[in-house]
Ligand binder design. Sequence first.
Ligand SMILES: Cc1ncc(COP(=O)(O)O)c(C=O)c1O
Length: 358
Amino acid sequence: MTRNAKKYLHGPNPAISMNATYYKGQRSVYGRDTNPTWEHLEEEIGRLEGGLCTVFASGMGAIASMIVGISKSQRLFLASDSYNGTRRLSELLVKVGRLDLTYATPNDIRSKTFLNDARPGDIFFFESPSNPELNVYDISEIAAACKDLGMLVAIDSTLATPVLQRPLSLGVDVVIHSLTKAISGHSDVLGGAVVVADGDLDADFKLRRSLFGAIPSAQDAFLILRGLKTLEIRMERAVANASRAFSVLYDRIGSSELRYPYHPDSDTLEVAKSQMKSGGSVLSVIFEGAAQADAFVDSLSLFHRATSLGGVESLAERRAFHRGEDSTHPGLVRLSFGVEPWEELKDDLLSALEGVGL
Ligand SMILES: Cc1ncc(COP(=O)(O)O)c(C=O)c1O
């Protein structure tokens, strides 16, 4: 929520600024460089994350602004469980000879062995929790180890949102979000954000946005701002639904088939509890194989069968269905919890489980 009641000139909402070119005082401004409606959104996200924010047309726009800007003399160490779009973009740049890429597996990251090869100026980019495996990494430990080597550390914190986790305070240099997900929260707009603590880095990202042209529209920035007003209360409800669903699934199908940051039997539970306020609104279930997973998703009636996550509607999908998800278990179903009444979600889940004999 906006904390300052007198913030906008006209009332509780900012104006949607529809100008490709305008004056700010004496200064002539071009609409690809900045826009007053984006600036309101940047201020809000920056306040939540505790840094300086640049908004983009999509999460991939934000990710591209970082990865495309990496020089050949710097190596990108990328977590191998990263979002498939991040991996596919990196591999595309390798293919055209523009990026020196090394994947770090979850074991490499936890043991920090990927750092054996790292040099000052290299970049480590990871997700915690990761999508869709929901692996959790010790953010402050990794950030400190990378910083000791003079590396830049970036995290995609989309699944946690700034309500649950604030990576800049844990030592990370660059925080990336897909605003398409919980931050906007209504599955009706795409957006992305980069948040940093350092002023020079911030200016660099704003320049890249302008030159790459990965800019959001003013209407999209307004919609994201509107969604942001209820982020905290939406997350509260969605997290409560996800954690109740986890308990039901745990009792019904057992421990090893479930992925959730606050999984009680996970080796990373204590780390998750130390850096995330709750387990989040997304959990993954590993079914026997594709056929059982598809049958489960088909049996759900309240959950939409759709990609994406973080919206007010609960969504379910078998991730390996998508291009770029070859390394994901064929039976993995990601459940993104919305804000529907818990009893209705519970009935839907239980009858879909029964439908596949579980
Ligand atoms: C973790 C994560 N990061 C980035 C993205 C890309 O965001 P967008 O779809 O807004 O480009 C996604 C999209 O699903 C995602 O799940």
